[in-house]
Design a protein around this ligand. Structure first.
Ligand code: MG
Length: 239
């Protein structure tokens, strides 16, 4: 059951995988990057290629988070490894593909279902603060391309604040931007570690934006967890 706090005046919302459709957008951006490098024609089935890349990419990110590899190894290795598996002809083009991909990525504009409608509705009723981990140039470009900057009152980016979610520093900063007490805000985000645990630890009411109910089991008992859902249409009705 969802009980909306009566005093809510500010919504803190994550960007990637919450508003901005990271999966779809990255798939399109990578395809465009391969087209630019004239290697898309070497691929018989792009869906299969992307599937292989996603698996490799996930394992590389895990190694990166565990500090087994550095950023350089991550950005090149994820493509070179994919090439080795399914497109050996492209060997050696990993760095160029990565650079082109990262340039094209923030130019994609697809949002998750209902996100636009929600922002349109909520921006007339609440302060909207975007709170995102990432690089300023990239994240701001995404907001501009997808045209959601018009609904947003403040954009808080970890690179600018000098602390990524789940650090209390960035949440504190976001609240002060909107001149809001934590009990008068709601955090909405897809990352259990960064968004949900970060906000709950500070006592900010939180919506865990996911369809994976199992992964929410460890926070289910928190007094501040309002709901687990990834349905923007439903959230709109509650708020
Ligand atoms: Mg996210």
């Amino acid at each position: 059951m969802f009980i909306k706090p009566t005093t809510t005046k500010t919504l803190l919302i994550d960007l990637d995988h919450t508003l901005w459709d990271f999966e779809s957008n990255s798939k399109v951006a990578l395809k465009q990057a391969m087209e630019h490098l004239n290697i898309l024609e070497w691929v018989e089935d792009y869906d299969l290629f992307f599937e292989a890349y996603e698996k490799v990419n996930t394992s590389y990110w895990e190694k990166y988070r565990n500090r087994e590899i550095d950023k350089e190894k991550l950005i090149i290795g994820r493509f070179e490894d994919t090439f080795a598996q399914v497109l050996p002809k492209a060997k050696g083009l990993g760095l160029r593909l990565n650079n082109s991909y990262l340039e094209l990525m923030p130019l994609q504009s697809k949002l998750l279902p209902g996100a636009w409608e929600f922002l349109e509705y909520a921006s007339g009723k609440y302060h909207i603060v975007l709170i995102t981990n990432g690089f300023c140039s990239v994240q701001r470009k995404k907001l501009y391309t997808s045209k959601i900057d018009q609904f947003v009152d403040h954009v808080v980016i970890s690179e600018e604040v000098g602390a990524p979610k789940p650090s209390s520093k960035i949440f504190q900063y976001a609240l002060s931007c909107a001149n809001t007490r934590k009990s008068d805000a709601i955090m909405i985000g897809d990352s259990l570690e960064a968004d949900v645990k970060g906000a709950l630890a500070m006592g900010i009411p939180t919506i865990y934006f996911t369809d994976d109910e199992l992964s929410g089991s460890e926070v289910k008992d928190s007094d501040y967890l309002l709901s687990i859902t990834n349905d923007w249409y439903w959230i709109k009705e509650q708020l």
